[in-house]
Design a protein around this ligand. Sequence first.
Ligand code: IPE
Ligand code: IPE
Ligand code: MG
Length: 254
Amino acid sequence: MIKRLWAKLGKATLPSADSEAFDNVPRHVAIIMDGNGRWAKNRGLPRMAGHHSGMKTVKRITMAAERIGVKYLTLYAFSTENWKRPRAEVDFLMKLPEQFLEVELKDLMANNVQVRMMGYREDLPPHTLKAVEEAIERTAKNTGLVLNFALNYGSRKEMLEAIKEIAIDVKRGELAPEAIDDRLMHSRLLTSDIPDPDLLIRTSGELRLSNFMLWQLAYSELWFTDVYWPEFTEEHFHEAIQEYRRRARRYGGL
Ligand code: IPE
Ligand code: IPE
Ligand code: MG
């Protein structure tokens, strides 16, 4: 099964039979799932139809990531700026986590997937939060892929909150300014318990970060595609992974 999959991935050399992991698969993949609205519009459908269809892609790509041994998959589902959208669209988007989890939680459990959420819980409607918290609780002991939903997430808010916390500690005399380093900052972010993304994918042809993981993406490999999220397939995902595997990461060194 593993060999077949790897062959399907293309020119890659197969790892030796006893090697327990694929060679150079990104440990953490983050995705800006974009283009739902335009996908729908191109088909003469309401934007909501695009969001609905995008949920199927979430399932597809979660399973694809799990199969090739990605450990963390972070999906940008709703930004702190997306509240600016018309009320009806926001309401619809806030119903998607429930819909998604109602249908897919069973399968996620069966595949040992652990659901997490990264974002600000306080502004979410209670029904949205309840569904998410339930999924987090029920999958907490799973040890496979970590499926991390960025929901009401904004990177600037995340960094400002961290800085405020740090400033308070300094003011109280509990922290010396000299002790503020990369590690400390990392420990105050919403990603304190997960590694930085190795690979960032954005669909729909937009070439920007839209306030997503600005600190954590400092040395991530970036991969963009014109494909809209509802039509993003496992093959597109493999294309991104293959490209990642060919890149040399230097982190400023040689
Ligand atoms: C991404 O698709 C989903 C969310 C931002 C919630 P969009 O809704 O941004 O789709 P476009 O970019 O308008 O096509
Ligand atoms: C980023 O997409 C947010 C999500 C995918 C959830 P947007 O569609 O909101 O980003 P902009 O407005 O095009 O920058
Ligand atoms: Mg968009």
